[in-house]
Design a protein around this ligand. Structure first.
Ligand code: ATP
Length: 453
């Protein structure tokens, strides 16, 4: 059966339900920048929390870091970004638009959308030129004499420049990792496909420092672990793959790189890259800063520059993949419903509490139930509109459980619990509800779309 999810439907649902919408909308928006509303914030923060959980809580060899977005400009000389973080671009003299020269086949001519840029007769493209993707700004109060600094294009360099600090206070030794989540900025020539490629985005990056002889094994380990993370959070395994880079795709510093790719409606696209970066970064920063960035093993008396395995993911791109994978349309009792079958751990709201009618003492009991649940999980109280309409609303934001308070509740203090995926309804005693729902949220879950495939 064809997947119901298209990019247009995801964008429309995100706007309709306030997950994600165009930034600065009242001024007409700002190209490819987006703001996250209530449910979007909750969903993306659940994605990030799951990443922290996998990195920090479930392991004891990784520590956290939150480095500044603005870094010493020498950082970007050492990392190679100043000289080499470029994409080839072409300008069209007819429409005045700029395109990524290596993406022309995926783009539409703004004047003739049925053609790619350069294909229509009127197109007049320049030769390709390199364009640096780093945003530049000035530090200090006077523009002319201030220092040029850059908004970081990746979070990773903040980890490398702090290697020595972290090694001292964390009392770790290789193999160990430093993980960070934060905003990165790239002046992408052709952003697009909603939050898939934007100029401001959040990355989840971890640098794993290992003895050089162990790098190949750890590379294999992190490829498998990172792929599994997406599967465990409910992405359909047949929509995920690992793609090893060909030799001509590899960055100059990397001996091996693989992408975790997801089958988006726009085709297979990168979710995350896992790279074996060797000792490139620490060696470069040591050379540019004059600091020794190495590890001395007191047992073997050996001194070495650790090699680095880097899983680098995008929080917005992962959130988009979870939305796409969850999006479904089906017929229930002769009516169409749109539903986000999100993994319950990712769902923005875990439970909605709904009085059947707005009278007879039902709202009071419902508010009491919602308050009791709130201490345990993200709960929402909703009394507006028909019960059918409220169920549809919760389905669209992916709420796994709806608790309904009805006339029987007033008699025996039980409520109905409706399951988003199976639509089964059980009666549960109010006193047992928080534990019962917490237990159901902790159960393993897999996409109901899998069973149908
Ligand atoms: P792409 O080839 O798509 O430009 P990349 O290989 O340059 O990505 P990395 O530098 O490896 O990306 O960054 C790691 C992750 O950060 C990517 O896998 C992606 O999830 C995310 N990311 C990178 N650029 C963007 C962007 N412009 N918008 C949203 N997420 C991004």
């Amino acid at each position: 059966m064809a997947d119901a999810a298209t990019m247009d439907k995801i964008v429309a649902l995100c706007k309709r339900r306030g997950f994600v919408f165009a930034s600065s909308e009242i001024y007409g928006g700002l190209g490819s920048t987006y703001d996250y509303g209530h449910y979007g914030v909750l969903l993306k923060s659940n994605v990030k929390n799951e990443w922290w959980r996998a990195m920090l809580q479930e392991r004891d060899d990784i520590v956290a870091l939150d480095s500044a977005i603005l870094q010493h400009p020498r950082t970007w000389e050492a990392s190679g970004h100043l000289a080499g973080f470029t994409d080839p671009m072409v300008d069209c003299r007819t429409c005045g638009q700029r395109f990524r020269a290596d993406h022309l086949q995926d783009l539409e001519c703004p004047r003739k959308p049925s053609r790619h840029p350069g294909e229509a007769e009127m197109c007049d493209l320049t030769e390709a030129r390199d364009f640096n993707l780093m945003f530049e700004t000035t530090m200090g109060p006077v523009k002319d004499s201030g220092a040029t600094v850059y908004l970081r294009p990746e979070t990773a360099q903040g980890i490398f420049v702090n290697f020595k600090n972290v090694l001292q206070f964390s009392r770790k030794k290789p193999p160990f990792g430093i993980a960070q989540i934060g905003k990165s900025f790239r002046n992408e020539i052709t952003p697009g496909n909603f939050v898939f490629r934007t100029r401001e985005f959040e990355q989840m990056e971890m640098e794993f420092f290992v003895p050089p002889g162990e790098a190949a094994d750890w590379y294999e380990f992190w490829k498998a672990a990172r792929l599994q993370w997406y599967v465990d959070l409910g992405l359909r395994a047949d929509h995920l793959r690992l793609r090893e880079h060909d030799a001509d795709e590899l960055s100059h510093y990397s001996s091996a790189t693989a992408d975790v790719e997801y089958l988006f409606p726009i085709g297979w696209s990168e979710l995350e890259g896992i790279a074996n970066r060797g000792d490139f970064d620490l060696t470069q920063h040591a050379a540019f800063s004059g600091e020794k960035l190495e590890y001395f093993d007191p047992q073997t008396k050996e001194r070495y520059v650790p090699h680095v395995i880097e899983p680098a993911a995008g929080a917005d791109r992962a959130t988009l993949a979870f939305l796409v994978d969850a999006y479904d349309e089906e017929e229930v009792d002769g009516e169409q419903r749109t539903v986000l079958k999100l993994h319950p751990r990712l769902a923005p709201i875990k439970v909605a509490v709904l009085p059947l009618v707005r009278k007879d003492g039902q709202p009071e009991v419902a508010r009491e139930v919602a308050a009791a649940l709130r201490g345990r999980m993200q709960a929402e109280y909703d009394e507006g509109g028909s019960i059918g309409k409220r169920y549809r609303r919760q389905d669209e934001i992916g709420t796994p459980f709806c608790v309904t308070i009805d006339h029987q509740t007033l008699e025996d203090r039980t409520v109905t619990v409706r399951d988003r995926d199976t639509l089964a309804q059980d009666r549960v005693a109010i006193d047992e509800l928080p534990d019962a729902l917490a237990a159901r949220l902790a159960e393993p879950w897999q996409s109901p779309k899998l069973a149908r495939a």
